[in-house]
Write a protein that binds this ligand. Sequence first.
Ligand code: IMP
Ligand code: MG
Length: 405
Amino acid sequence: MKHPIVLGLQYGDEGKGKITDSLAKQSEWVIRFNGGSNAGHTLWVNGKKLVTHSVPSGVLYSHVKNYIGAGCVLDPVSLKKELAEISQSGSALKGERLRIDSRAHLTLPIHIVLDAARESGSKSIGTTRKGIGPTYTTKMDRCGIRVGDLFESGIQDKVRFLCDTYNAMIRAQDLSESSFEDNWKVVELAQELLREHVASDPTPFYDIAKTHKCVLEGAQGVLLDLDHGTYPYVTSSNTLPSAAAAGTPFPLSRLGAVIGVAKVYMTRVGSGPFETELDNEDGERIRAKGGEFGATTGRPRRVGWLNIDELRLAVRLSDCTHIVLTKADILTGEPVVKALNKGSLKEFPCWKSIYKDDSRTALSAELESYLSYVETEAGAKIVGVGTGSDRADFFWRGETPDFWA
Ligand code: IMP
Ligand code: MG
């Protein structure tokens, strides 16, 4: 058996949560391989909103187990809050239901201080300020704190060394330090919170993946990939399918369909190039209709038309086999739809309704013809369309593919 990977083909916030949720329902494991509390996955269930950050999107199904891979970074303070919210929504994530790789790195207060310091300078990236970049930095610098370290005797020394090393840099910039005591408090919280969830087995999925359905859930999007995105305006992890193998103990030979999620228009949070940006009334209207405000930071997202040139690039970089296009309902009734292709902005008649008729068995002719154009130009088939915010608002275009073939 091979297992699907869900990832964003744009700058994050493509609506991956919905398709992951629908695949999660049929799976036994949902696995995260990159990112941390910078991610914000909004799930709507029966009109109730749940935003997850670090935990995988399988949380809403009691039969699903969730795994946070070594390629992720984890902020214990943020996780504690998240687990409390999930438990209020009636789905407690006890022990076995949430496994956290002992090799994942912890985001501590010093990382958040470093992120803020870097962002207050003149060359800011517009990060989420969740300490993501600095956590990956100390990981590469080999003085980061891993989840497994929490339960080893050398933990005090490790935290002290991290603080000493990086506070020296903070001092050099005349900024206020992050004390050992502040960091230690979070370490103690993490020791209590994470003990029941730690996974140390180096190869659990070698056998699991032979017989049990899994979904690998990406965070952010291909165009924010550290290496292949719009550097330096990127996140600090890899977001391509290859990261699913690098950031988890998941066998490479078991990775299968790549499901790329894109919006019918585009959004971006933070700085960086955005060729089709609508810095005008049209952009404001779409932002309001689409609720385009960051799930993690509340920042208004920058809004623009679909860039098919970038979509084609993302399809090729990710070797995407299926596209899911989300938020078609947000553009319903717009005077026109535009998309950038081969360097020029093209206009299309907009759909007045999502569906052809009340039977809801076919999409309207205008939407169909737009989808056909986009998939031909982007180079991968559009298999599904997001038609509204609720979990049920989804249309499979043609037969639902078997993603575990
Ligand atoms: P960082 O990941 O917090 O370091 O932020 C780096 C860039 O990635 C900024 O432009 C952020 O707005 C963007 N970013 C990070 N995570 C997400 C996400 O989950 N959705 C959308 N943009 C994100
Ligand atoms: Mg998001």
